[in-house]
Design a protein around this ligand. Structure first.
Ligand SMILES: [Zn+2]
Ligand SMILES: [Zn+2]
Length: 308
């Protein structure tokens, strides 16, 4: 049985879900940001500028990027939402990336909580991610408090190159072990003062490169995340997981707790992996392709009860 999103018959669109412009603390104008992603061959990007009432680096509202779209690149209306109550942040703020916001989404206020802000953004139609958990020391209690978000940002490229705090996979696995159901994404969090763009992205399977369809696909988990490696197909027949991918040194399947299964390359472009031990633990599995050059691709989690 071929697994979604590979079973859908759609092409994949490459995009950045987290980046900043001069509307908040980014170095380049909105037009320059979109042009930079267009030059890299991206299909979509966003201006997820910082948004909170009274924030010194905050944008005045949800950035309107619609006039920057053309036949090659589109944008998703987005913002990085903030409100107080987060430990280990220099301003004591939550960071929650929302993609697919309405332009009139009211900026968060100082009396809103992180969990409330996630709900308000989702109610307004957005796909909400727990941003850079490793970078700002998200505690497990905090992760549980916002586990109704849609996704965990498991890779943040600017957090890699600036301080080697890029990853969110440990927090994501913790939430999955707790029975929470979230998807994954990889992003740049580009500010373009450094060469911090084009390092982490999502591949979204959709019928067209249209913002509404992209957001619907993100919410449905019809994506995989990448720093360069590619997942071309996933299929599960009985306990045998069949993976097609770009040339890999390792194709690893992880499940609840410590359980895993692996196929080793190098130059692996097809693997058949027995995941019976993972299925026996119930819950979920997820696939990581580690490319020959060390780049990665991560599938979203798959839950056995949803595949049955
Ligand atoms: Zn910033
Ligand atoms: Zn942030």
């Amino acid at each position: 049985m071929q697994l979604a999103p590979f079973s859908l018959g759609y092409r994949f669109y490459r995009g950045n879900l987290h980046g900043h412009s001069t509307l908040s603390d980014g170095a380049r104008s909105p037009a320059e940001v979109v042009a930079a992603y267009k030059a890299l061959g991206y299909d979509f990007t966003c201006l997820s500028d910082h948004l909170m009432q009274g924030l010194d680096i905050g944008a005045p509202g949800v950035p309107d990027s619609r006039s920057l779209c053309d036949e090659r690149i589109t944008t998703i209306l987005s913002a990085e939402l903030h409100c107080p109550g987060k430990k280990y942040d220099k301003r004591g703020l939550w960071h929650l990336v929302a993609n697919g916001l309405p332009l009139d989404f009211p900026a968060p206020t100082a009396d809103e909580t992180g969990p409330e802000l996630v709900r308000r953004a989702q109610a307004a139609g957005a796909y909400v991610s727990i941003a850079h958990p490793e970078w700002y020391g998200l505690t497990m209690d905090e992760a549980l408090a916002v586990s109704h978000a849609d996704a965990v940002e498991i890779y943040n490229h600017s957090c890699l190159i600036e301080c080697d705090r890029a990853f969110g996979i440990a927090v994501a696995d913790y939430l999955l072990n707790e029975g929470k159901r979230l998807h994954f994404n990889a992003t740049d969090d580009s500010h373009m003062r450094l060469d911090d763009f084009g390092g982490g992205w999502v591949m979204v399977a959709a019928a067209r490169n249209d913002p509404d369809l992209l957001v619907a696909a993100l919410k449905a988990g019809h994506t995989y995340s990448s720093t360069g490696a590619e997942i071309h197909d996933l299929a599960l027949d009985g306990d045998i997981l069949r993976v097609r991918c770009s040339p890999a040194v390792s194709v690893a399947v992880a499940g609840p707790g410590e359980v895993s299964a692996v196929a080793m390359g190098p130059n692996l472009t097809y693997a058949e992996i027995d995941i019976a031990r993972i299925r026996a633990r119930q819950g979920y599995f997820r696939v990581t392709v580690i490319g020959n050059g060390g780049t990665r691709a991560w599938s979203n989690p798959y839950w056995f009860d949803q595949l049955a």
